[in-house]
Design a binder for this molecule. Structure first.
Ligand code: HEC
Length: 171
């Protein structure tokens, strides 16, 4: 029984080291992944498409559900008032979480450094929004929306400074 325990802990140690090693090598792999990596994913949608068709619509719903409209019309209480309403925004937050992964795919990622951090930041903000929606926590939901907005802005400033961050003004 002693040996089982030591086998188990050896297995755990190997798994841990393996995890650490793959965590360390992952960014390099992504950065150097070219033809071979690309073929595993369908990245026919460009970064621009993912922004306009996937990420922005989902994000807009989150922001519109939190009253954090950033224009002169000021602050409005627009939080969901029903379970269904919260479920709906939680699903939109899930789209944001996965959008972080979509942007991190080889074929979309612009590099293995800052880009990956912003992509991960997107997913983290989405997770916070999902948790807040699950517990109907308005304050946390608001904070998640603010965090999300800052990730969008930071990445655009780094990679596409020409973009105006006025996503909310269109509607
Ligand atoms: C990892 C970096 C990154 C993050 C994070 C990011 N964007 Fe972008 N975004 C870009 C880049 C790069 C472009 C320019 C794409 C192009 O024109 O080829 C862009 C373009 C856009 C556009 C213009 C699309 C068009 O049709 O021209 C919108 C809208 C947009 N992003 C919304 C958002 C929103 C909303 C968020 C946050 C919820 C966000 N983005 C987060 C990198 C990012």
């Amino acid at each position: 029984m002693n040996s089982l325990a030591s086998k188990l802990s050896k297995a755990a140690a190997i798994a841990l080291i393996g995890g650490l090693l793959s965590a360390c090598s992952a960014p390099e792999e992504t950065a150097t992944n070219d033809a071979a990596g690309d073929s595993a994913f369908n990245t026919e949608l460009t970064v621009k498409d993912v922004m306009a068709l996937v990420l922005e619509p989902a994000s807009d719903i989150l922001w519109d559900s939190g009253g954090w409209v950033l224009d002169a019309s000021g602050y409005e209480e627009l939080y969901p008032t029903t379970d269904e309403g919260w479920d709906y925004v939680r699903a939109q937050a899930a789209v944001v979480v996965e959008s972080g992964n979509m942007l991190a795919l080889p074929g979309r990622a612009e590099d293995g450094d800052a880009w990956m951090i912003y992509a991960e930041g997107l997913s983290s903000a989405g997770i916070l929004a999902m948790q807040a929606a699950a517990t109907h926590n308005e304050e946390d939901f608001f904070q998640a929306g603010a965090q999300l907005y800052s990730v969008c802005t930071a990445c655009h400033q780094a990679y596409n400074p020409d973009i105006l961050n006025n996503f909310d003004d269109e509607d």
